[in-house]
Design a protein around this ligand. Structure first.
Ligand code: GTP
Ligand code: MG
Length: 138
């Protein structure tokens, strides 16, 4: 079993998709071990997206992710890292299959509703960035 960091981005919260996304996570069978509504501080956003700091859209990315509250989620389950990414669908919603979250609910690569860690290293780093130890279930 492994843990991953999932997030409902500000567009998802604004559009009222929180319950639908949490519903899909519960139906899938992942165990939610951390959950909070969170306004990301700018420094945390810059650190979270550090790998993209040289990209032309970095400023836009940080502005967007701090534009309103997100729902930060820690998930646990067998193969949860890849499994959650497959539930989200492709980064660009134009390529995301119907049935995935981005395929069903997004049209823009900049506002693609959810985030998921892309490796065990990212999961560990992002969980530590978004949750204090006491906020996660054992
Ligand atoms: P995350 O789960 O959000 O990390 O998405 P990802 O892992 O599928 O994609 P990646 O880490 O490569 O990119 C991070 C985020 O940057 C994406 O989710 C997009 O929202 C955003 N992004 C990627 N490419 C572009 C782009 O060309 N323009 C803009 N505005 N945003 C982009
Ligand atoms: Mg990513």
């Amino acid at each position: 079993t492994e843990r991953t960091f999932a997030m409902i981005k500000p567009d998802g919260v604004r559009r009222g998709l929180t319950a639908e996304i949490l519903r899909r996570i519960e139906l899938k069978g992942y165990r939610t071990v951390g959950l909070k509504l969170y306004q990301i501080p700018r420094e945390t956003a810059e650190s979270h997206y550090g790998e993209h700091s040289a990209k032309p859209f970095f400023g836009e990315l940080v502005d967007f992710i701090t534009s309103g509250p997100v729902v930060a989620i820690a998930l646990e389950g067998e193969n949860a890292i890849a499994g959650w990414r497959s539930m989200m669908g492709a980064t660009n919603p134009a390529n995301a299959a119907p049935g995935t979250i981005r395929g069903d609910f997004a049209t823009s690569v900049g506002e693609n509703v959810t985030h998921g860690s892309d490796s065990p290293e990212s999961a560990q780093r992002e969980l530590a960035l978004f949750f204090a130890e006491g906020e996660l279930l054992k």
